[in-house]
Design a protein around this ligand. Structure first.
Ligand SMILES: NC(=O)c1ccc[n+]([C@@H]2O[C@H](COP(=O)([O-])OP(=O)(O)OC[C@H]3O[C@@H](n4cnc5c(N)ncnc54)[C@H](OP(=O)(O)O)[C@@H]3O)[C@@H](O)[C@H]2O)c1
Length: 281
């Protein structure tokens, strides 16, 4: 995928270095069939000042097998209007290990390292990846608040937070987004999505396609029927369902395949009927 395939107001979520880079594709308001690419998903305003297409690209998998490696080629210089989101708070001592580290000193080093690797003066959206059970979340978020004051971060988001943890985080720093696992088969964060919709936070569902696994997506006859009726894949219906679920939703499907990227982008134009949405629950 080349930078020229990514249009304006894209969101790029990236974790560089040993972990990976996440690019989020083009974004735009309510689903708009006349627009192309991710712009057809409509737009969402993050943190009151950052207008992004309501669909992004999760670039974690461009690092290669095991989500382990340095992405090539260097994605900079970035296309105009690209919005980059990344995270800190998990270590990768080896490929299969994800170890929480929410110490303020680590978050500072991680953020400053991302700034350097991404060649940015400021990261548009920096998310606290995972609460560290050894560190009060207030301490972790407090450091992100300082990095925000220093203008190294434009907006702070959180990831893998429940409703109560989100409320605590918001007492420390303005939180503009939550990135939790959410898809057709896993709706464990429905309550967090509700808070995001109520309070104007973006909800960024990770594993929107249940990691591309039909069994994890629990593909049902109802889902296959909807896909067949529109002549699309079940993965495309999964994306359209997310977009229809809530105006706060900003899915970030991930792929290392240009053909899949094109399919995922085409799903932004897919309009499911109220009956189909009711059937999918
Ligand atoms: N906050 C967190 O804790 C957390 C955890 C995990 C992930 N994330 C973020 O969420 C993003 C997305 O998550 P994810 O990549 O794990 O899951 P995902 O988007 O649900 O699934 C990605 C998988 O789906 C396949 N796929 C994509 N489009 C497809 C299509 N049209 N048809 C068939 N298969 C398709 C891809 O395979 P191909 O490469 O073959 O297309 C890939 O293996 C990541 O990039 C990352 O930024 C966050």
């Amino acid at each position: 995928m080349s930078a020229s395939q990514l249009t304006r107001r894209q969101v790029m979520g990236g974790v560089l270095g040993m972990v990976g880079v996440t690019r989020l594709a083009a974004v735009s308001a309510a689903p708009t069939a006349g627009r192309s690419g991710a712009a057809a998903a409509g737009t969402l305003t993050i943190g009151g000042d950052l207008v992004v297409n309501r669909m992004g690209f999760g670039a974690m998998r461009v690092t290669g097998p095991g989500i382990w490696g340095v992405p090539r080629p260097d994605p900079s210089p970035y296309p105009r209007g690209l919005v980059i989101a990344t995270k800190g708070g998990l270590l990768r001592p080896s490929a299969p290990q994800w170890v929480p580290d929410g110490r303020p000193a680590h978050l500072r080093v991680a953020c400053e390292g991302s700034l350097k690797r991404l060649k940015l003066a400021r990261i548009d959206l920096y998310q606290f990846h995972h609460i560290d059970p050894q560190v009060p979340l207030e301490d972790s978020l407090g450091e992100l608040a300082r990095l925000r004051q220093e203008r190294k971060i434009r907006h702070v988001g959180v990831s893998n937070f429940n409703v109560e943890e989100l409320a605590r985080a918001r007492r420390v720093v303005p939180v503009v987004s939550v990135q939790n696992r959410y898809n057709l088969a896993d709706r464990g964060s429905e309550d967090v999505l509700g808070v995001c919709a109520r309070d104007g936070l973006a909800f960024i569902p990770w594993a929107p396609l249940a990691s591309g696994s039909a069994s994890r997506l629990e593909v049902s006859d109802a889902l296959e029927k909807v896909a067949a009726a529109h002549g699309v894949s079940v993965m495309q219906v999964a994306i359209a369902w997310l977009l229809a679920k809530s105006p706060a939703m900003l899915p970030i499907p991930g792929t290392g395949s240009v053909a899949h990227l094109e399919e995922d982008l085409a799903a932004a134009r897919l309009q499911l009927t109220p009956e189909e949405l009711a059937g999918l629950g």
